[in-house]
Design a protein around this ligand. Structure first.
Ligand code: ADP
Ligand code: ASP
Ligand code: MG
Length: 478
């Protein structure tokens, strides 16, 4: 069997769901189990409504909620007919009534606790999975709905819950039938006590991998709005090429470095059982997509550029002493205790530089760091990461990248490398120009064995402006 996961844009409307039904029908011989995200931007909309409710803005929340309800009812009505339409309409209304009650709880407590946030956000996938099941049935697919909360058992870490694999695997094996097409929502689960949880934003990909691993699937397909994993986010550079294949480790590195097309946790369950993951485009189902599997297509080559924004660069200078191992471990403890994750860390005798999500810099955390070191915070930072197994061991890659960035407005502030990547910290406003310049440097003439070339790219990239700037410091630690 296979698992087919369809993201928000693939199920954003009744029309999109009909497209998905035809893709699933084409794969019926492979006994698909289907995982869906919330429709379109529903999760963002739910979050906005919940925040308005918590802030006491009931009227604005009510208005947004009514719009979201109408959107789901309209799309649902377009998909189902006769008795099924009546049942679906009733089920969608019942879910919105329940959501209304949860939002009252949010308003009453005047805060959006992680538990309530999960309860609210879960409605996106609960609604979409019901609507998609009805759409499939209307399209002649023998589909059956499974509430993901009855199969994905997690710990109680609301908003970032981790699956309990033994319990989850047993339930999935019992509840996902090979005879019918099971449709379930991604992203959501429940604790053993029945409290609704979520796996973290973008977590539907992870659900697909959990299901695939539990059922020893032949393949996990992630259907999205691009042709596969690309050489860069097409929203950042124009003319990115599609990778034909990447290794699990490279895909994971790309995802961790900001390639949103795949949730970083997706790879782990798949790699354990060597189940290939294929990224495909639901709007262009004839494209082969990108295959993520064990094999590495080209050791030493740069395969992709990933971008992350919303970061801050912390420079931590110990008072009166050089950087020592003790200083490093005190800083490490402070990060651990505050639960703050960092992307990379570079050190010199004088200071320690750490890149963190700007949102994690609470006053309490900065105060804690301030007790250990002089802290300088540079906000509005972005990270550009070049990914490829052993790409950083090929000295010409690093030289080409740094030289290219030296000529780009804003340049880079800090560079860092390990076996499978090298990363540059930049001012956020330089990100687009820097990404375009690096993309041109590495992918102006894409190797057709590795990439499906984007025909429009070469001319567009020629236009990318390249001006001067400087790299202030270049640290490298393994
Ligand atoms: P879905 O709703 O299907 O889960 P996402 O929005 O989560 O889709 O992920 C798809 C988006 O990921 C693309 O539209 C693209 O903008 C972004 N993206 C970022 N980096 C990459 C990359 N290297 N390759 C492909 N897409 C990327
Ligand atoms: N709907 C969830 C989100 O927007 C999960 C997902 O789409 O993967 O984060
Ligand atoms: Mg996604």
């Amino acid at each position: 069997m296979i698992v087919m996961k369809f993201g928000g844009s693939s199920v954003e409307s009744a029309k999109a769901i009909q497209r998905v039904a035809s893709i699933v029908r084409d794969h019926s011989a492979r006994k698909p189990a289907v995982v869906v995200s919330a429709m379109g931007k529903t999760t963002d909309r739910l979050l906005r409504i919940a925040r308005l409710s918590a802030a006491g803005k009931q009227q604005a929340a009510g208005l947004e909620l009514a719009r979201l309800r109408q959107f789901h009812l309209t799309e649902a009505a377009y998909l189902a007919r006769a008795a099924q339409a009546i049942r679906l309409d009733r089920d969608v209304c019942a879910l919105f009534d329940e959501l209304d009650r949860v939002l009252r709880e949010v308003a009453a407590s005047a805060s959006l606790t992680p538990r309530l946030s999960d309860a609210v956000l879960s409605f996106g996938e609960r609604l979409s999975s019901l609507i998609v099941t009805a759409g499939f049935r209307q399209a002649g697919i023998d589909a059956v709905h499974l509430d993901a909360r009855d199969a994905i058992v997690t710990d109680g870490r609301h908003t970032q819950a981790a699956p309990l694999f033994v319990e989850t695997n047993a339930l999935l094996r019992r509840k996902v039938s090979g005879a019918q097409v099971t449709v379930m929502g991604g992203f959501i689960g429940a604790t053993e006590d029945g409290l609704t949880t979520t796996l973290g934003r973008g977590g539907s990909d992870y659900t697909a991998a959990i299901v695939g691993a539990a059922l020893s699937a032949d393949e996990i397909q992630i259907w999205t709005d691009v042709d596969g994993m690309l050489t860069c986010d097409p929203r950042v550079v124009s003319g990115a090429h599609t990778l034909r294949s990447v290794s699990f480790a490279e895909a994971e590195q790309m995802a961790k470095s900001g390639a949103k097309v795949l949730h970083p946790a997706t790879v782990l369950p798949a790699v354990k059982q060597r189940i290939p993951i294929v990224i495909r485009n639901s709007r262009n189902p004839n494209a082969a997509g990108t295959r993520i599997a064990n094999e590495n297509p080209r050791d030493g080559a740069v395969l992709s550029i990933a971008c992350r924004t919303g970061l801050a660069l912390l420079q931590l200078v110990p008072r009166n002493t050089p950087v020592t191992a003790d200083f490093g471990s005190e800083i490490w403890d402070a990060f651990q205790q505050a639960g703050v994750e960092f992307d990379l860390i570079a050190t010199s005798r004088k200071d320690l530089s750490v890149v963190v999500d700007a949102a994690s810099l609470t006053p309490e955390f900065l105060h804690r760091l301030g007790a250990l070191a002089e802290v300088e915070v540079e906000e509005n930072r972005a990270l550009l990461t070049l990914v490829g197994q052993n790409a950083s061991r090929n000295p010409s890659n690093l030289t080409r990248a740094t030289q290219r960035l030296c000529k780009t407005p804003g340049g880079a502030i800090l560079a860092w490398c390990s076996d499978s990547r090298f990363a540059f910290v930049l001012a956020a406003q330089s990100l687009y120009a820097a990404a375009e310049a690096l993309h041109h440097e590495f992918f102006a003439q894409p190797d057709p064995d590795l990439f499906v070339p984007n025909r429009a790219s070469v001319t567009v990239m020629e236009r990318a402006s390249v001006r001067s700037a400087s790299i202030v410091a270049l640290h490298s630690i393994q």
